[in-house]
Every structure is written in C-alpha cells, then in structure tokens.
Design a protein around this ligand. Structure first.
Ligand SMILES: *[C@@H]1O[C@H](CO)[C@@H](O)[C@H](O)[C@H]1NC(C)=O
Ligand SMILES: *[C@@H]1O[C@H](CO)[C@@H](O)[C@H](O)[C@H]1NC(C)=O
Ligand SMILES: *[C@@H]1O[C@H](CO)[C@@H](O)[C@H](O)[C@H]1NC(C)=O
Length: 445
C-alpha cells in the first residue's frame, strides 16, 4: 500500500463545486503513482477480498491396497485385468486437485500422464502393483479462471492399465514429451477485452507456467485464435514450443507432469503467499518487459529545463465514456509541459506496439475502461491516472464486463446508467491543476 499516493487534495481539485447536468458528469480523478510493486493498488478501488484458493482439496495417491481415498468413494466392481505391456512400467502416479466454487479448478498430476486432446481426456496411469479403482476413477474440471463462463470440460481418468472388452485404457503414447504440460482454456466471451485477457489468462498463465523457464508445453482448450495471436509474444516468452490446440489434437501425448487449469489469485494480481514460486506483480511486469523487449524498467524524470518533455499517453475511448472536451484536454496537458500521445482504439488494440508506447511514457491516463489495463507495461515510478465517471466506483469494480451477462445481474442497470451511458466532460481548471501536479512529480527542477 505504501506505493499508492491517493492525494486527497487532488481529489478535491477534481470534484467539488461543478454541477451535475444531464450527460455531463463531474469526474473523480484518481491519481496513482506506480512504484516497484504497486500495480495491484488499482484494486484498492474495490473491497479487497482474498480469493479462497481451495474450498476443498482432494488428493489421490496410489495405495498398496486395492482402494484409493476419494471422497469416501467406493470400490468399483468392474472386472479388469492388468494390461501388460511395456507401457505398464509406470511410476507411482499422483493426482491432486483444488476445486473452488466460483473461481478456478486446478489439478496437477505426475508420473505417467497421457493426454488425449480430442477426447478432452487425461489419463493418470497407476503402476500395476498399485492398482486401485476409485469411484468411476474420474474427475472433470473446467480449466478456465472463470469457470462460470463455461467451456470444454477436461476429464481426468485415474486408472490402472486395463483392457476391457472394447478398449485399452489408457491408450498408448504416440508422442512422449520430457517437459511438463500446462492445459488451459481460452473460453471467454471477453477475449477482445484486454482486462479479461490479462486477468483471466496472462497473469494466471505466467503464475502457472513461468517456473519452467520456457521448457513447458502449453495446450489450449477452446482455442481462441484471435486471443492466441494477440498474445503471441507473451506465449513465445513463456514456452519455447508452439502452443497445441487441445481439442483438435488426436495425438496421445505423454508427459511426466501435467497441470490443468491456471492459478489465478485475485483481480489483476498475484498473491506471492499463494504463488508456488512466490511470484510478485513486479516479477510479472519484469517478465512482460522481457517478452516484449521493452526498454524502460524505470521512468526517467526529465529536467524541466531540458528540451525533452515527460511523455503522457492518454487512452481515448470511443462510443462510451468519451471525454467530450478531449481536444481541450490534450491542449491543456501539452501546455503544462507534456509530450502527448493520443491513443485511440486503433493504437491500443495492437498489444505489442502499444506495449512499447506505454513503456516509453512517464504518465498514463484515461477514463475507466479495459484499455487502462495496459498500465502493466508502464515503467516503475510512472504515474497512472484514472478518471472515474461518477462518484465512488468501489462497489462496481473496474472490470466492467464481468458484471454484464453473468455473476451479478443486479449491477447491470447500475453499470449502464453510471458508466456505459455516460460521457465525461472535464473541468479544465481542475484538470490543469492535476496535470501540473503530475508534471512536477515527473520532472526535476
Ligand atoms: C459414477 O458413475 C455413475 C453412473 O454413470 C454416476 O451416476 C455417478 O454420479 C458417478 N460418480 C461420480 C463421482 O462421478
Ligand atoms: C522511484 O520513486 C521513488 C519515490 O519517489 C524514489 O525514491 C526513487 O529514487 C525512484 N527511483 C528511480 C529509479 O527513479
Ligand atoms: C458519447 O459520445 C459518443 C461519441 O461522441 C456518442 O456517440 C455518444 O452518443 C455519447 N453518449 C452520450 C450518452 O451522450
């Protein structure tokens, strides 16, 4: 929290006095100074709620007896015989899952793990001498950070090698990998929304797969081509192997270790205490700089006397939450001393290009919206300013679309009236005063 400077004098500058007329809102300016680890501070706008990592935890391990503990499950009375081939020389396989009610389902398995994408089935093979029969021997999970959004379930079948009348389970490996695999879904109606891409996929994937230092095979269910293309630089930095389209893959791939599902902790945030490797948001942003070859780790304060001006990127929305006096705002910020980068949707949508733009700036500002998620590319010590259209936003949160269409229908009208339905007209005197203050902090005399 120490990195946040939410200066009450600035709030006052931005708020008091002006009238609220139809269609013209008095915006609240929130100033956040980004520091080493301060990205999560944005979530301060919401009530903080620590996501429970697991509501319950199941762990299935081979036992020497003919049984396995599985929620008090019963022994299945299926006659089977041990499948004897060289495939049977399996190590003691292990499976553990963490299943939450609303968040993510994740399972990890190691030993002899065989993945068949096309049937969305992952086989965890127990060695013959460990043979056991858990109830039905299956666990089905949706490997997506917001499982309430639906998608293809992946079934994990835990079994001893058996031959039944019409089948050999598990199937033989067609390809054997010597690196771990991470299976996740890109199902999401919001893949074009950068907030969701970041919150649901980018951060959790970093948190799950980064530890393998590139030596990890990514398999994607409900493969979203547009999203995967958009994230190509990030994915290439995370894994040296091409991503596999899980549902289309008819190969039986064997891995020593498979993780299904991504580890997402809190909104736009990694909780180091919950991260297996203790990752922080700073680690994450360092990685992004690496992935996108971004030059600036730190924002450089400019000398006021220098001809070089501090750069300010203004994220400009179209359609809703538009700054009606945008031209005036740009002129004012320029007069104050900034070099302005006006970033419309065309510039913002090309992730790699915009990452460089943002990283080259000392200040980023804009009206509340998904485009501001690009602040992950800001250098340390940069200043971020969010304009919130109407009053306090804390009950709404800033991940707008998650309240539209699922989860909390009651928020929908609130959202539409107070946020989507409104444009913003900035009071130029107040805006100038805030700009001057930011200018002072971004420069040295
Ligand atoms: C096991 O299979 C039976 C019959 O298909 C089904 O009714 C039951 O719900 C399954 N149990 C589990 C834990 O999946
Ligand atoms: C970052 O900001 C802090 C606090 O203002 C300051 O002490 C520090 O020197 C800055 N770091 C760099 C590298 O500019
Ligand atoms: C906000 O501005 C946009 C673009 O100028 C316009 O299309 C839209 O109708 C405006 N919305 C409101 C509620 O005035």
């Amino acid at each position: 929290m120490k990195a946040l400077r939410n200066d009450s004098s600035i709030k006052k500058l931005a708020r008091g006095g002006a009238a609220v007329a139809a269609g013209i809102l008095v915006p609240l300016l929130i100033l956040v100074v980004l520091n080493t680890d301060s990205l999560p501070q944005l979530t301060r706008l919401r009530e903080t709620s620590i996501t429970q990592v697991s509501d319950f935890f199941i762990s299935i391990r081979p036992k020497t007896s003919n049984q396995v503990q599985y929620h008090g499950g019963t022994k299945e009375n299926v006659v089977h015989k041990v499948y004897s081939s060289s495939d049977v020389a399996a190590p003691r396989s292990k499976l553990s899952c963490s299943v939450t009610r609303a968040g993510m389902d994740i399972c990890a398995m190691e030993g002899d793990v065989r993945v068949h994408g096309k049937s969305a089935t992952v086989y965890v093979v127990a060695a013959s001498h460990d043979s056991y029969r858990p109830e039905n021997g299956t666990v089905s999970i949706l490997p997506y950070a917001r499982k309430t959004d639906g998608g293809t379930k992946v079934t994990i079948r835990l079994s001893a090698p058996v031959v039944t009348a019409d089948n050999i389970i598990p199937p033989r490996c067609t390809v054997t990998h010597d690196v771990p695999a991470v299976v996740f879904s890109t199902t999401c109606c919001y893949s074009k929304n950068f907030f969701h891409a970041t919150d649901d996929t980018i951060i959790p994937l970093y948190n799950t797969a980064r530890e393998y230092d590139g030596h990890v095979q990514l398999l994607v269910t409900d493969y979203d081509h547009m999203l995967m293309f958009k994230l190509r630089h990030f994915l290439a930095a995370l894994s040296i192997y091409p991503v596999i389209d899980f549902n289309a893959d008819d190969t039986v791939r064997c891995f020593p270790l498979v993780r299904i599902g991504l580890e997402r902790h809190e909104e736009l945030r990694i909780n180091p205490a919950l991260s297996r490797k203790g990752y922080t948001m700073k680690n994450f942003r360092d990685f992004l700089r690496l992935a996108y070859s971004l030059k600036h780790a730190w924002a450089t304060p400019m000398h006021q006397s220098s001809s070089q001006r501090p750069r300010l990127v203004m994220v400009l929305r179209r359609g809703s939450r538009v700054i009606t006096n945008e031209a005036e705002a740009i002129a004012t910020a320029t007069e104050v001393g900034f070099e302005l980068v006006a970033a419309g949707p065309e510039m913002v949508q090309d992730m790699a290009t915009f990452a460089h733009v943002v990283n080259s700036c000392n200040v980023m500002m804009g009206v509340h919206g998904a485009g501001l998620t690009n602040l992950v590319f800001l250098p340390n010590n940069a200043t971020f300013m969010q304009i919130i259209p109407w009053g306090e936003i804390k009950e709404i949160g800033w991940n707008e679309p998650s309240f539209i269409g699922h989860g909390a229908p009651g928020f929908r009208p609130v959202w539409e009236i107070f946020l989507n339905g409104q444009n913003v007209t900035l009071d130029m005197d107040r805006f100038r005063a805030v700009m001057q203050q930011i200018y002072q902090s971004a420069t040295i005399t």
